[in-house]
Design a protein around this ligand. Structure first.
Ligand code: SF4
Length: 196
């Protein structure tokens, strides 16, 4: 039983690969990225611990699996895991979310064209197109939102891979905004429970 559980968790990294492959089939499937974005908060709220990060995150599983043998294991620079860095990444992530929401609304209101391409770090257009093996006619706002969600997943995965290769496989986890925010959510919940 325990062995099965370990094997199942070992295979979670496939989820990340499947996510990127599905987005090559049709970008609307990139909206599945919301599962990775929202489930950690549901689990943290419900169980008052970082269950997603501890057991289920397919991205962390990919980092561990792929990088454990090739990570250089260098000493990280001072400040990489500091509160300041975490805050910076969190702010960047929040600004990204606000911009995605705003731009999606603008596209839905026909005030802006959809951005149907991948961007890295919110700003840099990548020099490739996703193949889109199955063509479906979608509302422009859905296309826009799907590419934006894909871009966040792409950026954080590439960034996590770079950090993982240089330092430890799961270096990204120390500054990942999901980790920071679920920590705040759990702490607030506990404080609320202690007061009531
Ligand atoms: S910190 Fe981020 S990347 Fe790491 S396990 Fe949690 S959600 Fe996944």
């Amino acid at each position: 039983m325990l062995k099965n559980k370990v094997m199942w968790q070992d295979a979670l990294f496939i989820g990340t690969i499947v996510f990127f492959m599905l987005s090559l089939i049709n970008i609307a499937l990139g909206l599945l990225g919301f599962v990775c974005a929202l489930t950690p908060f549901y689990l943290a709220y419900r169980y008052k611990e970082k269950l997603w990060c501890k057991k289920y995150c397919p991205r962390a599983s990919l980092f561990s699996k792929l990088l454990k043998r090739i990570s250089f294991g260098l000493k990280p620079p001072t400040g990489l895991y500091s509160d300041k860095t975490k805050r910076f990444i969190l702010n960047f992530f929040c600004i990204n979310l606000v911009m995605i929401s705003y731009s999606t609304l603008a596209v839905a209101a026909l005030k802006a064209p959809p951005m149907d391409y991948v961007r890295f770090l919110m700003l840099f257009k990548m020099p490739f197109d996703l193949p889109q093996l199955v063509q479906i006619t979608l509302p422009p706002a859905v296309i826009h939102l799907s590419y934006r969600v894909f871009s966040i997943m792409f950026t954080s995965t590439v960034f996590g891979l770079i950090l993982g290769i240089m330092y430890r496989p799961r270096s990204w986890c120390a500054i990942c905004p999901v980790n920071t925010l679920t920590g705040v959510l759990i702490e607030r919940n506990m404080q609320k429970n202690n007061v009531s």
